[in-house]
Design a protein around this ligand. Structure first.
Ligand SMILES: Cc1ncc(COP(=O)(O)O)c(C=O)c1O
Length: 375
């Protein structure tokens, strides 16, 4: 137990099993269709500078945990935006505007989604308005301004920034490109997820004939998790065990899985895992997640800096990996699961397991990244 612990006990706050689990590829592909998934890959793979992000092996960690393989999809290398989000917002901008330069696009964001929308707008020469709450760091705001967007700071939290975005967009006839769905606003969030599903196409090409047995999926509003699950329904023959991980202060997917319906939770403390600090699962992802997730895990923030450091100094594998705070929960969940014999058995994690972790972002906020590494 040298690499992993040095006496440190990795743990999570809670773990539940989905009583409504019934994975059906057909049902999943009704929400995000094969055609939508294929079209996203066809479009995005033609973008300038498109390259699949690396699929790394965490060999030291798999040896220590006595698992066959641990794959880490390294989204820190996604274009120059350093997160999987680059695939979603920018793709939705392209699809919905069809490159019409008279259209101004808008969005509300905690950072990475807005960066993708701003980047997508700049690619096509469109104007872009980004609404951020007062809690979004100046560095994140500036990153979007550098991509040519007008950034509008709104008093209050994310929800306030979304309300202001909807208000001004309605008044000015701007096209809202939001990653979160609401009643009668489903198409664009679905396109965003279709963009994210490109990760799974790359992964199936990268694993060649290996089988993935488990996937650990971070969730905020659930878009990324649902997109990866839809990608498995589209591309994989087998059905891996799906484990969703969330901050314990914002476990909205877990709470919804518990009751079988969308539950809104009150976020009292903002998690360090900022992109995952969401109080309500989005409608479109929920349609996929409700029956296809096997387990939900919630984590405290405590181990995030430690996991980022160990990923960063190549303690888990041969490569030094730049993993932002939203990319770290995958390894924490896996180590904690393997440290608990009962859970390890329940998850069926053993020497034949090939586990996929989604390293969803790099140092998207460099200042924060350095601060956490020096903790
Ligand atoms: C940067 C970032 N934002 C957001 C999320 C959450 O995605 P979603 O809101 O689609 O569940 C993640 C990962 O889970 C992330 O890495």
């Amino acid at each position: 137990m040298t690499i992993i612990s040095n006496g440190h006990l990795w743990k999570y706050s809670s773990c539940i099993e989905n009583k409504n689990y019934s994975f059906s590829k057909e049902e999943i592909l009704k929400t995000l269709s094969k055609e939508e998934i294929d079209e996203a890959y066809l479009s995005i793979s033609k973008w300038k500078n498109y390259n699949p992000t690396p699929l790394l092996l965490l060999k030291k960690l798999s040896k220590e945990l006595n698992l066959n393989k641990i794959y880490y999809k390294d989204e820190s290398k996604r274009f120059n935006l350093k997160s999987f989000k680059a695939l979603g917002g920018a793709y939705a901008v392209e699809k919905v505007t069809k490159g019409n330069k008279d259209i101004t696009v808008s969005t509300a964001t905690a950072g990475n989604h807005g960066r993708s929308v701003a980047w997508g707008a700049r690619r096509l020469g469109l104007k872009c308005k980004i609404f951020i709450s007062e809690y979004v760091s100046d560095a994140r705001g500036k990153a979007m301004e550098d991509l040519g967007a007008d950034v509008i700071k709104v008093k209050g939290n994310y929800e306030n920034s979304l309300i202001e975005c909807i208000k001004q967009s309605t008044e000015n006839n701007w096209q809202i490109v939001q990653d979160v769905a609401w009643k009668n606003y489903m198409l664009i969030p679905t396109l965003t997820m279709a963009g994210y599903s490109v990760m799974m196409k790359e992964i199936v090409d990268q694993i060649k004939n290996e089988e993935i047995t488990h996937i650990i999926l971070q969730a905020g509003v659930g878009g990324m998790a649902a997109a990866i699950i839809a990608g498995t329904a589209r591309y994989l023959k087998n059905i891996p065990t799906m484990i969703v991980v969330e901050p314990d202060s914002a476990a909205c997917v877990m709470e919804s899985i518990k009751t079988g319906k969308i539950e809104k939770i009150n976020i009292i403390r903002e998690s360090l895992m900022g992109g995952m600090s969401c109080g309500e699962v989005s409608l479109v992802p929920w349609e996929i997640l409700k029956n296809s997730v096997n387990y939900c895990i919630s984590l405290p923030d405590d181990d995030i800096p430690r996991a980022m450091k160990l990923l960063g100094n190549a303690s888990f594998g041969e490569n030094k990996i730049i993993a932002g705070e939203n990319a770290a929960p995958g390894v924490i969940s896996l180590i904690a699961s393997c440290n608990d014999e009962k859970i390890k058995k329940k998850f069926n994690l053993n020497s034949s397991s090939n586990v996929l972790l989604i390293g969803c972002e790099g140092d998207t906020d460099q200042e924060m990244y350095q601060k956490l590494l020096n903790k």
